[in-house]
Ligand binder design. Structure first.
Ligand code: ADP
Ligand code: MG
Length: 555
């Protein structure tokens, strides 16, 4: 999420404390309290105001797609600068001075050196907390946002909520740094919170590596030092003063985006890793998953209808992609959906998994009418799915990817994760992921980045991820595509075993041999309409099916 507004949030944190410690009104209200705790009250006020503003701003802009968030934060950054500058109580553009130093247990931290220690301590604690957060169930959900919303929602992640929380957290950290800044400078005016500083923060993130915690520290260090040097040297070279460093930053940005689009930290990290140690050892898993247990789902008895589509129709402008399709999937069966390219199979998948709503007709899952519900509601009721175009987090290990599938079976939240109170549950999640990985024959590659696997195996990773959610019904979009013969056989064996355990499976597949050997029932779609339905033998003998496939020689 690109935000130009971080500097404005820093300003909120700074001004809150300046106002609390200097204004006569605040002094009246807080008269009963010792002066020493005013900066602490300023911190609380700054965080509260920032949380509120960030939440409102996020709620308005984050729901919109594309460039609305950056534009919204630019508007926000600009307007807050002028609010700071024009409010008489905040000292206008000249600012406020004489802010008292921070006191901790009666010790005054007036010296920048002493406060510097506090600043570093706060930074390290923040990094520790964020590291913990990213290394948890919630952290996996946050990382999943990067690949778009579709996959994360299908894993049961409330993406809108996660995005707002990330935005508010980032704003709170900015406000915290504003508080430290004002106690260091003991003076405040609007200049350090202007839009160009917000842009500078963005430079820092991009140069350091916005996907890496230490990238932020590296980027901030580099840009700050560079800015100082440039402000010294450029006027001497050019013979006049001005904000020339911004030009150099612009060029530097282009260079970094060209040469190191993920920032400098990953480059540095991989270089030092090669020098220091051969390979980071994969994390040890607690055998059996420790003491915590994940939510368990009771599978319905064999034969019970799990998923039911009734006269599902989908129109795209003039095109009827699904025309009154009836289909049901029962516990303990494999139902195959076949049809030529463009028949409407993927569209139908979207209808029955909550990605898109039917134009007419209805979908029932576990007996519930699902009209208008998001795909995470389908996931919550026990629908697991894979994607025709594989959607994995390529840089993360197979284990991490599969663990995301168990997201909704755990409950530990952000604060618990940051404080490492989620370890028992996390161990249970990872153990469950490992079980599914072993069951799908992926144990050898559990710690390999998903992107380095062949496409066929990535499809199996998606199946393992779906299984980690303990689904009652499994939707597989072309699971055998890209698999070699032996791999197809082991996939068939796995699906047969899952069917035996009582899972309902709906599979879209092109490989007719695979489908005919595996499926209990087959539905054939052509131009969005069901043209045949029955056992493999019945469907193979159906003249309309033979006609539809004639020339395609698939049957
Ligand atoms: P299949 O998966 O069976 O190959 P699809 O469901 O992908 O077929 O597509 C069915 C038809 O619907 C195709 O003609 C396709 O072009 C059309 N279609 C699919 N998605 C959209 C969309 N979002 N907008 C317009 N047309 C679409
Ligand atoms: Mg398709």
């Amino acid at each position: 999420m690109t935000s130009f507004g971080q500097a404005a949030f820093v300003g909120l944190g700074a001004y809150a404390t300046a106002w609390i410690t200097l204004s006569p009104e605040a002094a009246q209200w807080l008269a009963a309290l010792p002066k020493g705790i005013y900066p602490w009250i300023g911190l609380l006020l700054g965080l509260a105001v920032t949380a509120l503003v960030a939440w409102v701003l996020g709620a308005v802009t984050l729901r919109l797609s594309g460039h609305y968030l950056p534009l919204g934060t630019i508007a926000w950054g600009l307007s807050l600068y002028y609010v700071f500058g024009n409010l008489e109580v905040l000292g206008g553009f000249t600012g406020l001075s004489g802010i008292p130093p921070l006191e901790v247990f009666g010790v005054s931290l007036a010296s920048p050196r002493l406060l510097g220690v506090v600043i570093w301590a706060v930074l390290l604690v923040a990094i520790w907390g964020l590291h913990n957060l990213l290394d948890s169930r919630e952290g996996r959900a946050i990382r999943a946002l990067k690949s778009g919303r579709l996959m994360a929602e299908s894993m049961g992640v409330d993406t809108a909520r996660q995005r707002i929380k990330v935005f508010v957290l980032a704003a709170l950290l900015a406000a915290l740094s504003g508080w430290l800044y004002v106690l260091l400078q003991r003076f405040v005016n609007p200049t350090p919170f202007a839009l160009n500083i917000g842009i500078e923060y963005l430079f820092m993130a991009v140069v350091g590596g916005s996907g890496h915690l230490w990238g932020a520290v590296l980027g901030a260090t580099l840009i700050t030092l560079l800015k100082e040097q440039l402000q010294d040297w450029l006027p001497r070279l050019l013979g006049s003063s001005g904000n020339f460093e911004i030009v150099v930053f612009g060029l530097l940005m282009l260079l970094v985006l060209q040469r190191a689009p993920n920032g400098l930290w990953p480059m540095l990290a991989s270089a030092t890793r090669r020098l220091l140690r051969p390979q980071a050892a994969p994390r040890q898993l607690v055998a059996g998953g420790g003491t915590a247990t994940l939510d368990q789902r009771q599978l319905p008895p064999p034969g019970q209808q799990i998923l039911q589509a009734q006269r599902v129709t989908k129109r795209f402008a003039g095109l009827v992609a699904n025309n009154a399709v009836d289909l049901d999937v029962r516990a303990g069966e494999v139902h195959a959906l076949i049809g030529p390219n463009g028949a409407g199979k993927s569209t139908f998948f979207n209808m029955i998994s909550g990605v898109d709503d039917p134009t007419e007709g209805q979908v029932r899952l576990m007996g519930q009418v699902m009209a208008g519900k998001p795909s995470r509601a389908f996931a919550a009721l026990g629908l697991g799915r894979t994607f025709q175009h594989v959607r994995l987090l390529g840089e993360r290990s197979v284990l991490e990817n599969v663990a995301l599938g168990a997201h909704q079976r755990g409950h530990r939240g952000w604060v618990a994760s940051m404080l490492r109170l989620d370890r028992a549950e996390e161990a249970a999640v990872l153990a469950e992921a490992m079980r599914q990985i072993e069951r799908c024959g992926l144990a050898d590659v559990a710690h390999t980045p998903a992107a380095s696997l062949p496409l066929g195996q990535q499809r199996i990773v998606e199946i393992a991820r779906a299984l980690a959610g303990q689904p009652a019904v499994l939707l597989l979009d072309e699971p055998a595509a890209g698999l070699r013969h032996l791999e197809k056989q082991s996939l068939a064996t796995l699906l047969t075993q899952l069917r035996g355990e009582g899972l309902a499976i709906l599979v879209v597949e092109h490989d007719m041999e695979f489908v005919m050997n595996l499926a209990d029932r087959i539905t054939v779609l052509e131009f969005g309409t069901v043209i045949a339905h029955g056992t493999p033998a019945e469907v193979q003998a159906n003249p309309r099916v033979i006609a539809a496939y004639l020339g395609g020689d698939v049957l």
